[in-house]
Design a protein. Structure first.
Length: 358
């Protein structure tokens, strides 16, 4: 069976938010401590670590953590990645084990007393110790090399109700919907953690099922024709392999990008212009990144990937060689060029398609 995925990529490159100070502890040395955790990636009824939702490289390499309720956000943080950095000094441990380190982790559970409570493997990788309370800095980043977008049925076999979990994504899921055959699209509700449910209209048989996900950063992932019949049994899953070259839209997208980049030459000459408009656009809100990257002594200098404008932010300027490019009225970022699909490029969006395998 062949199906398709549509990715609307608002953020063409990984984007890190500003670092924040916090504390980290060691969760457990058990290799299967994730089984039964609140995000449910390793749901025990689906086989625990052999669940299709537990294939993230962060899970298989034990680079995962529980987070505090403040970070967890009722499950919104599930699947989110953070870079944790320890400078080697702020520690309760007095054995001399502490050494500076850094790693990217994925959130899989809640209930941490401090900001992060991490599996021993990654805790030791970051700190050099296997216990203690460590002072760290952390920043949200895009999850890398997470594999292919996957939908797994946690409670199935029922045409009137389903519970799903979605994995293989670069960020946490903020909204989800399901469309069965010709029925109207139904918004799903977060059940808990990374799981979603919907009451469906009872349609069954040989009908296609499509899921549409909105990630935290506004990116939309459409798992088109994910299943070719409904309902599906508990533990059924479908996985998408993204293949840019097979995408008509992506070729057209990249034709647009050629043309887009003609426009992008126009667009990015308007990106010079356009993004200078964007710069002017976004820099309306940030007071102009051209000025910023010049020598305004009064501005706060923002590094590559940092937020420089939007949502009322002012007084920021980009480091030398970077410009403040506008994504929306709420967000602009210090980059070397304007990503396709941002307001600074005229609002074009990059479409990628790929094939599903069950």
């Amino acid at each position: 069976m062949t199906t398709q995925i549509l990715l609307i990529a608002f953020f063409a490159m990984p984007c890190a938010l500003a670092s924040t100070s916090g504390k980290m502890t060691m969760w457990s040395s058990a290799s299967d401590v994730i089984v039964g955790s609140s995000c449910e990636y390793a749901n025990s009824a689906q086989g625990g670590l052999s669940s299709p939702a537990a294939t993230s490289p962060y899970i298989t390499s034990k680079r995962y953590c529980a987070v505090s309720s403040g970070l967890y956000g009722l499950g919104l943080a599930c699947g989110r990645c953070y870079r944790l950095t320890f400078d080697g000094t702020d520690t309760t441990e007095s054995t001399g084990c502490a050494s500076a380190g850094s790693a990217i982790i994925q959130v899989v559970d809640s209930g941490s007393t401090h900001e992060f409570d991490c599996q021993e493997t990654v805790f030791e990788e970051i700190t050099g110790c296997d216990t203690g309370v460590k002072g760290i800095t952390y920043e949200e980043v895009e999850c890398e090399d997470v594999g292919s977008p996957t939908a797994t049925v946690l409670d199935g076999g029922n045409a009137w109700y389903n519970k799903m979990i979605f994995s293989g994504l670069s960020r946490g899921v903020s909204a989800a919907s399901i469309k069965i055959g010709g029925d109207a699209t139904i918004q799903m509700t977060r059940n808990s953690g990374a799981t979603w449910y919907a009451s469906t209209p009872g349609t069954s048989g040989d009908v296609t099922v499509t899921f549409t996900l909105t990630l935290e950063n506004g990116e939309t992932v459409e798992l088109e024709n994910c299943f070719d019949s409904w309902p599906q049994a508990t533990s059924s899953s479908c996985t998408v392999s993204s293949d840019d070259s097979s995408s008509d839209d992506s070729s057209s997208g990249s034709d647009d990008s050629s043309s887009g980049s003609d426009d992008s030459s126009s667009g990015s000459d308007d990106s010079s212009s356009g993004s200078d408009d964007s710069s002017s656009g976004s820099d309306d809100s940030s007071s102009g990144s051209d000025d910023s990257s010049s020598n305004d002594a009064n501005c706060i200098v923002v590094a590559h990937w940092g937020k420089c404008a939007g949502g009322g932010m002012t007084g920021r300027c980009c480091a030398e060689g970077l410009q403040c490019y506008k994504f929306s009225e709420w967000y602009s970022q210090c980059l070397t060029s304007c990503p396709s699909g941002w307001e600074c490029s005229g609002g074009r969006r990059r479409n990628l398609r790929g094939a599903f395998r069950k």
